[in-house]
Design a protein around this ligand. Sequence first.
Ligand code: ZN
Ligand code: ZN
Length: 234
Amino acid sequence: MSASTAAAALASLLDYSPAWLPDVNHWEVAQDGGRWIVQGQLAGDPGESAAIKALRPVVEQSGQELADDGRLITAGFEVDGVPCMVWSLRPVLRWAVPETCATCPTELAPDVRFVWLGEGGREAPVLCVPCRDRMQASWVASHGSPLVAARLQAHELLLAETETERPAWRQVHTVMGGAHPDAIGPVCLDDEHDADDPTAYACCPEPVIEVESHVIGAYLVELLNADAVAGEPA
Ligand SMILES: [Zn+2]
Ligand SMILES: [Zn+2]
């Protein structure tokens, strides 16, 4: 079978234009493993089920089953002994994968696992799997954890005591002349209280918490101040 035989079959197909033939974007005569065939892409950029529906009349007419290699859905038929086909590219494979993850610089190379967010539409962000896992872990950590519940309750208590949204903590002395601070407490904002004076007076907000070890006291102050920042609502 020659190219001209295939071209003649295409001409007669277009001339005859049978009712079972779906709209095709572009017909061509092509070589397929040593033989000449006629092929065309299904018009309209349809999704998978629409493509299968559009190709069904071809299948019914030809008696050839749809071929599907996971990438192309193909309906074959014959015109004057020339093999013909209408094919449709699976939509998901037409969606271009972005070069990098939407939330980190990881390149989405073929060996990188990634996921489409949401419905997985063309505009959906694509994340590498480590980013997806990090997001999931941080969501779990930030919703319903005991830390979050305790932080909220402490926040309300401190707000009532200090009238400050996020009071900073510091080490304080509850007795004059101690070598080391023996307690921690919210920073006092009283005008009369010198900011450099680490002593707890009547002006200072509660709770002043005695901590036997000043080393642990320093650590608790750092933890409380860091966690107040971490717990800021976005
Ligand atoms: Zn990433
Ligand atoms: Zn004070």
